[in-house]
Write a protein that binds this ligand. Structure first.
Ligand code: HEM
Length: 268
């Protein structure tokens, strides 16, 4: 490399500059009148969760495209990394779980109607996984930009569409969800094809991919469950700041993005 180019590369770039640290570290603004490190923790965990959701969305979008394009090793690597990201999010929730409820109540009133229920990225994440919950998608709290992103996600194929494309490209007879919902014979074929895939491991990598998707689904369900337990410990039977509450959260722990892959377990 010539000296001029090397100077150009090492030039004005600093650690703080690359990471926009000045802006980043000025974004933790407490709402209450007597802010403490407990409120800081609450804000940091939420912000970090949003950053990790951004990463998971980017990885899973690429994973879906890799499945559609037949690059199964890449899809596998990215689905597994997104699963690790979900587990890191889960660890952040454990930090809040240990936040004493008597500390949380000091700043909770200041949150007013602000709730994770209004996280547009979380809704995008669900949609990409193939989970459609219409009632959660039309919220007054969403900005025009967030609505646009959600609509775009709804139009785009999800991870299961990617898996179907990869399976069909390898010659598997795997009907889609609409077909399976309308036709019991197609539904049986889904189970039979998946059972065959699980028992033979053929074609290679597709079974690994199916298991990686189950692993991701499982990590999300555990995270949902931890969220419910954590919220239970903080607010018990009080309504949530978004108006739904803890029982709602416990119910969400039953949600599965890839029900076909769970159902087939009963036949193995
Ligand atoms: C003291 C801590 C927390 C409590 C008590 C709590 C409580 C709740 C409750 C009760 C709901 C249901 C909606 C409502 O009634 O508001 C909810 C939803 C949600 N919260 Fe939390 N939460 C806490 C921390 C977090 C953190 C750190 C995040 C990370 C961003 C988060 C993300 C979410 C998301 C994404 C939903 C929507 C879940 C769904 O609709 O399936 N929450 N939370």
């Amino acid at each position: 490399m010539d000296a001029g180019r090397s100077r150009e590369l090492s030039g004005e770039i600093t650690y703080a500059g690359v990471l926009h640290l000045h802006q980043l570290l000025s974004l933790q603004q407490p709402l209450s009148r007597e802010p403490s490190s407990e409120e800081l923790l609450f804000v940091v965990v939420h912000q970090v969760t949003e950053l990790w959701l951004k990463q998971a969305l980017a990885d899973l979008e690429r994973a879906r495209d890799a499945m559609t394009g037949g690059d199964l090793p890449l899809a596998l690597r990215l689905v597994r990394r997104a699963t690790d990201v979900v587990r890191v999010i889960d660890r952040g929730f454990a930090l809040i779980e240990a936040l004493p409820a008597y500390e949380y109540r000091r700043f909770r009133p200041w949150l007013r109607g602000g709730s994770g229920f209004q996280s547009a990225q979380f809704r995008e994440f669900e949609i990409l996984l193939g989970i459609r919950r219409e009632f959660a998608l039309d919220q007054p709290a969403f900005s025009a930009e967030e609505r646009r992103r959600i609509q775009e996600r709804l139009r785009a194929p999800g991870l299961w569409d990617g898996f179907l494309a990869a399976a069909r490209a390898q010659g598997l007879d795997l009907p889609g969800r609409e077909q399976a919902a309308a036709d019991p014979e197609a539904r049986d074929r889904v189970l039979e094809t998946l059972r065959e895939l699980y028992l033979t491991g053929n074609p290679p990598l597709l079974r690994d991919l199916a298991e990686a998707l189950v692993e991701l689904d499982s990590a999300v369900a555990l995270w949902r469950h931890r969220h419910a337990v954590m919220a239970d410990r903080q607010i018990g039977s009080k309504p949530g700041t978004g108006g739904y509450g803890v029982e709602y959260l416990y119910r969400t722990a039953r949600i599965r993005a890839f029900p076909e892959l769970w159902e087939v377990r009963a036949y193995l």
